[in-house]
Design a binder for this molecule. Structure first.
Ligand code: ASP
Length: 407
């Protein structure tokens, strides 16, 4: 996208977010009248996801040529995801220990909400979620992980066919270009979309006063999560600077539209089209962005991992249970797993938190304590999830690019 247009769009999106916040504050419930506009924006983004993910992963992997390069890209990506997620949970643990947000919280008032109904989710379930017996059904249900796994295998198979595979690769290249064009068109609508999403959500939360009351009630907890997320954003920026050797400001400018969309939609999957566009504008090599971003949107969730750690410690503190070092290590491992297992949709992290609570033996009802403010923290953590993915694309792009030239 042309820079002048990009700048104008960013400005309009910023205006959309601010105007949405103000309108939701002032007019509260009546802002439901614009909810359909936000829904329209979200649905249009979602409509693009499956063809975009398929085309982007297939062309990304097929473009690597040599299957050994796939191994290298996969290796770097997984190493990046793992290291940054661990870092995020560690920051979350430090913040929760520093702020002690749950100490002195009264339990009886808040424990009204029921626990989200999920069964046990273990490591084997995570592995099983990689494949689906019916790829069309997976696409229809927007289960991205099995689609990605299928597309990686499919593209690897294509690359072994030589000339005969080329028409199929070119087909997916064309599909990918067309999908990116559609993303550009949808982006024009983004300022109105983010305005409507923010205004109607803030309005539904009872307008400004109720929102601030929620925030004040859980102020320490919200501050612990937000300061953790900001610290992690800083760490990611340093990684961007040192490992990917990119200017932080320049990169943030290209990513701003995607980050604002993440904040407004609370869904990294729905934001994926915008993330791909932003990273493309930032000049990240094609193969890495097409590989790292779709996978990252589904399994790399730094913000979610960090939030789960803070939330679980908060709940433990509220129950006056002191989690020792060993148990905090259990939180470290399970929060990482829970973040991998969370889908890129609103409130997914709240549901997979059950894994962490169960692992340290905390009552699941504890989730009721944090429900009121979760819709807001969800937006904050989703923004960091998307930032983490985009930094990953730049880092993997640089690491594999260097090796590529010396091959
Ligand atoms: N909403 C987050 C996302 O889409 C997932 C979560 O609930 O933490 O990235």
């Amino acid at each position: 996208m042309k820079t002048a247009m990009e700048n104008r769009l960013l400005l309009l999106m910023l205006v959309g977010i601010v105007a949405g916040g103000v309108s939701g504050y002032v007019w509260g419930e009546s802002m439901q009248s614009v909810a359909w506009l936000g829904e329209l924006f979200l649905t249009t983004l979602k409509m693009l996801i499956v063809p975009l993910v398929a085309a982007s992963v297939i062309t990304g992997v097929a473009g690597l040529g040599d299957v050994r390069k796939l191994g290298r890209m996969g290796g770097y990506s997984v190493a990046y995801y793992a290291c940054t997620t661990f870092l995020a949970v560690s920051i979350g643990l430090v913040m929760a220990n520093l702020w002690q947000p749950g100490v002195g919280v009264s339990l009886s008032d808040n424990l009204t909400a029921p626990t989200p109904g999920v069964g046990d989710v273990g490591l084997t379930d995570l592995v099983l979620s990689l494949v689906n017996p019916n790829i069309i059904a997976a696409a229809a249900d927007m289960k991205l992980l099995p689609i990605i796994v299928f597309c990686i295998a499919f593209a690897a198979a294509l690359s072994t066919l030589g000339e005969r595979g080329q028409p199929v690769v070119r087909f997916f290249e064309g599909l990918n270009e067309a999908m990116m064009k559609l993303v550009e068109w949808v982006m024009v609508f983004a300022p109105i979309g983010v305005f409507a999403l923010i205004a109607s959500k803030l309005g539904a939360a009872g307008g400004g006063d109720a929102f601030f009351a929620q925030l004040a009630g859980l102020a320490k907890y919200a501050l612990a999560v937000i300061s953790g997320l900001l610290t992690h954003a800083l760490a990611l920026s340093l990684i961007l600077l040192l490992l990917a050797r990119r200017s932080i400001m320049e990169y943030l400018k290209h990513m701003a539209a995607a980050l604002m969309t993440a904040f407004s939609t609370a869904s990294s999957s729905a934001t994926l089209p915008m993330t791909l566009e932003g990273v493309k504008n930032a000049g990240v090599p094609e193969n890495s962005r097409r590989f790292v971003l779709p996978l990252g949107a589904t399994i790399n969730m730094d913000g979610t991992a960090l939030y789960e750690a803070v939330a679980v410690l908060f709940i433990a503190q509220a129950y006056a249970l002191d989690l020792g070092f060993g148990q905090q290590m259990v939180v470290l491992l399970t929060a990482t797993m829970a973040a991998i297992g969370a889908a890129g949709i609103p409130e997914a992290g709240l549901v997979t938190m059950v894994i962490v609570l169960e692992a340290v033996g905390l009552p699941l009802e504890g989730i009721g304590l944090i429900l009121a403010i979760d819709w807001f923290l969800d937006r904050c953590r989703t923004t960091i999830n998307v930032y983490g993915d985009s930094v990953g694309a730049a880092v993997v792009g640089r690491l594999t690019g260097n090796r590529h030239f010396s091959d």
